[in-house]
Design a protein around this ligand. Structure first.
Ligand SMILES: [Cu+2]
Length: 121
């Protein structure tokens, strides 16, 4: 019986040591950027742009609020670079206006509601 207890205790010590391997993912920062997204297509487009953007780990656009939450590595990019990437895709990003040429290319349903070229929704 004593040998069995020893095995149990050894097992517990092993489990405690395993906890030492648990690491927090603190090398990433989060930024919330207000965009001019209109529909599901915009959401997909913006998330795709960000998926290819250097230093961006993940992004999720909320169509209700038009705010995209971006997880990025501050050693590799900045919040302003991310805003510029969104602008180059044809969307406003916080204070940065959409790049006019990229905006032109958007389907009419993705244009801003106050734009005469906007249709749908
Ligand atoms: Cu759209």
């Amino acid at each position: 019986m004593k040998a069995k207890n020893l095995v149990l205790i050894t097992g517990f010590i092993f489990l405690i040591n395993l906890n030492g391997f648990t690491q927090t993912n603190n090398k990433f920062e989060e930024v919330k950027i207000k965009t001019s997204a209109q529909c599901e297509m915009c959401k997909e487009r913006i998330e795709e742009i960000l998926a290819f953007e250097k230093g961006v780990k993940s992004s999720d656009l909320n169509l209700e609020s038009k705010v995209v939450t971006v997880l990025y590595n501050p050693a590799r990019t900045t919040a302003d670079k991310i805003r510029n990437a969104i602008s180059h895709g044809g969307y406003d990003a916080d204070g940065i206006k959409a790049d006019p040429k990229a905006y032109e290319k958007l389907p009419t349903c993705c244009k801003k509601p106050d734009d005469p070229e906007h249709s749908g929704h």
